[in-house]
Design a binder for this molecule. Structure first.
Ligand SMILES: [Ca+2]
Ligand SMILES: [Ca+2]
Length: 284
């Protein structure tokens, strides 16, 4: 029986359409289809390309997102370790000398080696034995023999209760000295900012507070330029940037109800300091 497409039939033993053999039991249509597949190079359709791109994006996303998260977690852990090292160095300084170091001021004039901003050396009036500034400044990293910057290239902020940084001829602190710094879980409820007062995290007062301004670096002093970074927009980070009340809480991202917060904060409580100084025979 002849094909229903007689114009494609021919008598040659070699078909001009590959895959079609005259007289074959295979259908002509099957041969035509196979010939088309064999003869016409077929590329990828847009749909196939889109699916491939989508799968590649998924794979890259599944690899890169955990990597990014791991890097951030490692930076936070590293910062927490650095803050603990700073706290231990502060205690060591107090044990060795009988007082905590003053801040290294972040701005203002230079009047001498003990009054120079951003050099990592505490700024102290050697005549009176009182710190040049009672405001927050840099951790005096040179005085303590520590690194200058957090993992994001910013300096650690430090505020000390100046009762604990006085030295001769001023009267050094003792076990009845009050500690006036406070760390809260939110700025809005911290003492001094609202009639609604939350219990501070440091209820008996902190003698020193040490802060890394975190990955966003808002309100930090750049270790590279000694310039002030853009300042934070949330109250909780503003307290840490402006010198208190200080806030330590769970981190929250931009756009969250609680507002962005990525500061890493630690503090030295007065009883911790007293305990270590008594153990070292330096108090009472
Ligand atoms: Ca200084
Ligand atoms: Ca921050």
């Amino acid at each position: 029986m002849n094909s229903t497409l007689p114009h494609l039939q021919h008598s040659s033993t070699t078909s001009y359409l590959a895959g079609i053999s005259p007289g074959s039991s295979k259908s002509l249509m099957s041969g035509i289809c196979r010939a088309s597949v064999q003869q016409i190079p077929r590329g990828f359709t847009l749909v196939e390309i889109a699916i491939a791109v989508f799968i590649i994006a998924l794979l890259l996303g599944s690899i890169l997102v955990p990597l990014t998260t791991q890097v951030e977690q490692r930076q936070v852990s590293e910062t927490q370790k650095m803050l603990e090292d700073i706290k231990e160095a502060l205690i060591g300084h107090a044990v060795a000398k009988g007082y905590l170091p003053c801040t290294d001021k972040t701005s203002g004039a230079t009047t001498g080696p003990n009054d120079t901003p951003n050099d990592g050396v505490e700024d102290i009036n050697t005549v009176t034995g009182v710190c040049i500034s009672s405001a927050a400044g840099n951790v005096p990293w040179q005085t303590l023999g520590l690194g200058a910057a957090d993992p994001w290239g910013n300096r650690f902020r430090y505020r000390v209760d100046t009762n604990y940084s006085r030295r001769s001829p001023a009267t050094p602190f003792n076990v009845i000295s009050a500690a006036g710094l406070v760390v809260c879980s939110t700025w809005a409820g911290c003492p001094g900012t609202s009639s609604v007062r939350l219990t501070p995290i440091s209820p008996d007062g902190a003698v020193a507070v040490i802060i890394s301004h975190g990955r966003n670096g808002l309100g930090a002093i750049s270790a590279q330029t000694s310039a002030l970074n853009p300042t934070p927009s949330t109250f909780d980070e503003t307290g840490n940037y402006s010198g208190g009340p200080f806030v330590s809480r769970t981190h929250s991202p931009v756009g969250s109800t609680a507002g962005e917060f990525d500061d890493i904060v630690t503090w030295l409580g007065k009883y911790t300091l007293f305990n270590r100084m008594v153990a070292a025979g330096k108090l009472p």
